[in-house]
Design a protein. Structure first.
Length: 74
């Protein structure tokens, strides 16, 4: 019987933001500033030390031209 490894939503979000940011050629700080966030916000989000609000998730999704749900899709 195989066990499915399940990632937490926070880990999925962190991985997706990191992947999108790198694909766009951005640093953590430059993405934070482009979104109007504190300069260390994306760093904290990618390290899973930040609990983002729906408003911030919406801004991240809009920036990358995706839907919020895509931030939580593996």
């Amino acid at each position: 019987m195989s066990q499915e490894i399940k990632m937490s939503p926070r880990k999925i979000l962190a991985n997706n933001v990191c992947r999108l940011r790198k694909a766009a050629g951005l640093t953590r700080e430059s993405l934070s500033l482009a979104l109007g966030f504190e300069n260390s916000y994306i760093s904290k989000l990618e390290r899973m030390n930040m609990n983002p609000t729906l408003d911030k998730l919406e801004r991240i999704a809009q920036y990358f031209n995706i839907e919020i749900k895509d931030l939580f899709t593996i």
